[in-house]
Structures are given as C-alpha cells and as structure tokens.
Design a protein around this ligand. Structure first.
Ligand code: ZN
Length: 434
C-alpha cells in the first residue's frame, strides 16, 4: 500500500468509528481522574492498550531522579498526594523499518468540576447533544486520548505498519505542571524525534508555543497594634497596597512592550495581554480590631517566549524593591519575595519543523478550513520536549472553548478530525514499512 492509499483508508475508517470513540470517552469521563487521583483514569487507558494488544510500560515517577533536572519543580499535586500509585503509561508500537519515532502524548488528569451543581448535567457522565459532547475532560483532554487510541487502532485494523516507532502515552499531573508526567517519561527514555499532543486548541489551528509560568509570594511586614492605638501601628495591608500598585504598573508596562502574535491567533481578545501578573491570593491580619502585622500576596506571572525566567524574576523583584525604597517603613522592613510552586519556562517550536508542516497541512485538508499558528497562555507539557530535549512538538486537538469551565464541551466531529489528523500525520512522519 502506498502512503496516499493508506491515508485515504484511515480517514474513511475513522469517519465511521464514532461509536468506538464515544464508548472509550464515556469510560474515561466516568473515571473522574482529578489531578492526584489519576489511577482510575489510567486503568481505563490500560484496558484500551490491552485490547489493542500493545506492549506497555508503566511506572511511578521518582522525585529523587527528577530533582536535578532544570525543568523540575515540586508540584502541588506531589505535595498533596505524593507519587505512590500514580503511574504513567507508554505503549510502544514498534516500527517495521528505519523511520523516525513519533510520540502521541496526552494527560489523564483533569481539573475538578466544582461547583458540580452549576453544570447542566453530571460532569462525570458523558452527555451528547447533537454534535456536542459535555463532561469534565471531554476537551481537556480525555477526548484527545480517545482520539489517539482510535488513530492507533485504525492503523492496526487497516494493516498499516509504520516504518518508525510510535509511542502512545498517557501521563499524569499536567494540570499541576507535568513534572511527574511527560518530564518523567522523557527521563525514562521515551525521547521521540517529534511529538503531537492533542490538547484542545481547535483544529485546524496548531499550537507551537506556550507561556512561561511562575508563582511567587510577597510577604509584607507591618506593626501590630490595637485599633484604638492604630496610629502607633503600621498596617501591613496598606503597605501591601503600595506593592500591589507597583506590580500593577509593571504589568501595564510589560503588556505595552511585549507582543507575541501566536498567543492571540485563536482568540483576538488576548491581544495586548500576552503577558500578565496576577495576584490571586491575599492573606493577612487576624482580628478586625487589630492593625495587621503581616500580609502575604500570592501571585502568578505568565510570559511568552522571549524572556528568561531570571529576567522575569529580576523585573518583579526590582519594582518591589523600588517601591519599598520609596517608603520609610518598607525601606527599613523590606518585603520578602519567594518563588515557589509553578516554575515553567516558555517554549516555541520553529514553524518549519517537519512535524509542524505535516500536522498543519493535514489539519487543513481534513477540516477543509484554514488554520493559524497559536500559542498557549499557560504552561504546557509541550515545553519539556522542545526546551530540554530539542524535540519538535505540535499541539493539535479538538474544539474546546470552555476547558476547565462549567459545562466543558467539545464536538464529535472535531474529535474524529483529531483522530484522522493524528493517524495520517503518523503515516506521513514515520513512513510506511515496505
Ligand atoms: Zn490539558
């Protein structure tokens, strides 16, 4: 069989296998694998791999083995749940020739569905309404996992043997940083020549970049006093507001200065907001009638490719130090900045990488629409491949405008198009055995 016939056959077959796709997706959604509780979802994936008779490797990540890696940070999901029992799974479909190795990679964890009562139907039961599918994870990204399985199953059923190896992998804790997931798989030796991750960027758009993300705490000191003698105290809250003002000013300057068109390729409302500083938690004080002695603000900074983590840290620490210098109390009692939690660098894949061109071409021909290059505004698993292993990686997945939200949804048609794009791109990239 030549490549053209093979591609036509898998496209046709996948178009008729909606029920297989939905059956697996239904099981995956019901498995309720919120980050930290991946095993129930992973069990469904392992059964699917088993049905396909694939050789599978499973393992728990090890912090000791990962902690020296430049991409490592201790994730909140590790702190809360540890890694015991939280296995990753990689199935290898050996190639029958000398072609390059491709990984199809997806994460099995999902974010919580709270408040569940706000959903129109049970978030942990797949619901179909016409072409639309509802449920936690249908787009992010159990739909992508089901599409990956359907793609591989179809290649096997059509008797198409690839020339290069294919990794079919289901990993943990992407939503908490992916350190124990994709990074652990790469460190275990699953380093392909290229990778595709079907996160819901909405075909025919293809993702080639992701933002860097870091979390930080700013602890601002004050001086405790009874409210009646408030003039003798120093409100940490008032001082924190000065720091907040300085960060807000920095945020505006950065948003004026920093541009990155792929970040708003699929969502024009993001133009002018490709970098952002958010203060998401403020804690402080202990009594309404007491001047607060300490306030901690917990923030997140996100930024597109183009800056290093060091430069971003310096910018934030710099404006905080400057604001403190302008204030008599803070100059003598400087705020403390700590960087803890999320610590992910941005990534960007060259547009002329072979896998990018292949996936872009196939996504456009399968959907019949013109796509654009897009970038993720949050850190993605993709960064590990590109930044630390120089493996070009492209994001290509279903429609999913409402991911992480209430009534998360996608469409049957975009999931089938995803499976088609994955299967024909594997044929194009890995080649077909003689
Ligand atoms: Zn995702």
């Amino acid at each position: 069989m030549n490549k053209r016939d093979a591609r036509r056959r898998v496209e046709e077959t996948i178009a008729n296998r909606e029920s297989d796709l939905l059956e697996l997706l239904e099981e995956l959604v019901s498995a309720k694998s919120v980050t930290g509780r991946e095993p129930r979802g992973q069990a469904v994936m392992l059964e699917a791999f088993d049905r396909l008779d694939l050789e599978v490797d499973t393992w728990e990540p090890s912090v000791e083995r990962l902690s020296d890696h430049p991409g490592f940070f201790r994730t909140s999901s590790y702190d809360e749940h540890g890694y015991d029992g939280r296995e990753n799974a990689v199935a290898t479909i050996p190639g029958e020739g000398e072609g390059p190795t491709l990984a199809l990679s997806g994460h099995i964890d999902v974010v919580p569905a709270d408040p569940e009562s706000a959903w129109e139907s049970d978030p942990w039961a797949l619901r179909r309404d016409g072409d639309e599918l509802y449920g936690r994870g249908v787009s992010d990204m159990k739909g992508g996992l089901a599409a990956m399985v359907l793609a591989v199953e179809t290649l096997a059923d059509e008797g198409i043997e690839l020339a290069g190896d294919l990794y079919l992998q289901s990993t943990i804790e992407e939503e908490a940083g992916g350190v124990g997931g994709v990074l652990s798989a790469l460190e275990r030796g699953y380093v392909p020549d290229a990778a595709i991750i079907p996160e819901p960027f909405g075909l025919p758009n293809v993702g080639i970049a992701s933002a860097g993300v870091m979390f930080f705490d700013v602890t601002v000191p004050g001086k405790k006093a009874h409210a009646a003698w408030g003039h003798q105290g120093v409100s940490a809250f008032d001082k924190a507001c000065r720091i907040r003002g300085a960060l807000e000013e920095l945020n505006e300057k950065r948003q004026d200065r920093i541009d990155f068109p792929p970040a708003y390729g699929a969502d024009p409302s993001l133009e002018g907001h490709v970098t952002n500083i958010n203060l998401g938690v403020v804690e402080g004080g202990d009594w309404p009638a007491t001047v607060p002695a300490e306030v901690t603000m917990k923030g997140r900074v996100g930024w597109p490719p183009g800056e290093t983590r060091g430069e971003v840290r310096e910018a934030i620490e710099g404006v905080i130090a400057e604001a403190a210098d302008d204030d008599e109390w803070l100059a003598a009692n400087p705020p403390i900045v700590e960087w803890a939690g999320w610590n992910a660098a941005p990534h960007e894949v060259p547009r002329d990488a072979e896998i990018v061109e292949i996936v872009e071409r196939n996504a456009e021909s399968i959907t019949g629409e013109e796509g654009s290059f897009v970038g993720g505004n949050a850190a993605l698993d993709e960064r590990f491949y590109q930044r630390y292993y120089d493996v070009p990686v492209v994001t290509a997945g279903p429609y999913g405008p409402n991911l992480h939200g209430v009534d998360e949804y996608t469409t049957v048609s975009s999931l089938l198009e995803t499976a088609q794009t994955l299967a024909v791109s594997a044929i194009d990239y890995c080649g077909i055995a003689e």
